[in-house]
Write a protein that binds this ligand. Sequence first.
Ligand code: 5AD
Ligand code: SF4
Length: 485
Amino acid sequence: MNQLFDETKIDVNGPVPEKELERQYYYLAKARAIVQKQSEALGRPLTCMVVTFGCQMNARDSEKLLGILKSAGFEEAESEDADFVIYNTCTVRDNANQHVYGRLGVLNGIKKKRPSMKIALCGCMTQEETVIEKIRKSYRFVDLIFGTHNIFKFAELLVRTYESDGMIIDIWKDTDKIVEDLPVERKYPFKSGINIMFGCNNFCTYCIVPYVRGRERSRAPKDILREIERLAEDGVKEIMLLGQNVNSYGIGLDDPISFAQLLTEVEKVNGIDRIRFMTPHPKDLSDELIDVMAASKKICRHVHLPVQSGSNRILKAMNRHYTKESYIELALKIRERVPDVAITSDIIVGFPGETASDVDDTIDVVRKVQYDNAFTFIYSKRTGTPAASMPNQVSDEEAHANFDRLLAVVQETARSRVKLLQGRVMPALIEGVNERDPKLVTGRLSNNTLVHFPGDASEVGQIMDVSLDQCEGFYYLGNRVEHRG
Ligand code: 5AD
Ligand code: SF4
């Protein structure tokens, strides 16, 4: 954990500091005293568990939550049978919500045997009023609920949770605040996500994210670069720049810069070997960005470029601001200018009014772009979004039939793309020991393909040249290649 703040400045017996960062370190010191007292009474350390649902943004937020909990003195537990359990939730599709409700029921069972246990909920789901009502009514054993905009207040909320009996609910509608330099506990020593911006202004008509993550706001380049420099000093080799739409990075800053310019600056940080980013919106992926990628030694050969649909009629209804033709042109331009690039996508099936012929158009895009992989989703109606009240909602049967047709083509093109690398030698970042065979390690290529090859735990975090000997569908079996000369 990188300690970024001089805590000797804090006087826990003094007044609550006004500046946000100092305030949170003040509460962190208070939380530490509470945790210490409780663990002395129990004669054992207090344990915690952060459970993450959803995307890379949530994964990064969870590292911040764990950073606070560990700084407060909690030890990380192996299961949810712990003293403090927090669910960092996702609400992009309804099944994510249902999953959380189900898991909360199980947690209640654990809490009955462990009355001092605290249960917290945060993340996108908690930004929905209907969710809060339901938790208030039917899940009264939850101790703390907070949202996506005030996650930086977690230390303060933790103290309040231990100092009061009732359920604490603290949800903000939006914020323009970005609080830097709170503790973070990274999941991987060798790679890290970095938020470059928060929120989304695009309002795709099916999507709930703009309502639960608020308006776009970018972090200052100097703060991002400082964070990356610190990560490099800490041994991180690969970083992923995170934002709902990284192409609109920099708008609204005092000195606006483009995402491509930010990437150029990030490239200069010594010690970082690989740079990834997620997610660019196809409507405004610039030539400047493609040029920067093409010239870069560090930016990974992977663009996740969600198409959502290949039908112009549906794209319009989705408010995506591009056409099938302009999307294909963009994807093929990226392929041409960035050799060996992998292009992946998100696709939704069953958007209101979608017919089999619209899905044919989507399948046509998959064939023309030849995705290296694509996540396919059945449309999920999200209350409050424009699509939820559109006519012609598609039946489950029809959506599933179209989904299966699409998935078959996605898998076929993904297989044929992965196969193209057969026999090549490429650098792989070793991410861990193979889960099924401990004699193998798992490495990730620049284009995101996985390769398993002989190695051991001591090599995790190293980048090695690997021959891609045998294609096994979506991944490779290989062998390391020693450098000659
Ligand atoms: N239903 C299904 N999929 C959705 N996504 C976003 N909203 C919905 C929804 N209502 C998908 C999109 C997006 C990905 C993160 O989740 O494909 O790119
Ligand atoms: Fe949702 Fe569209 Fe924003 Fe992505 S760009 S988070 S799909 S509204």
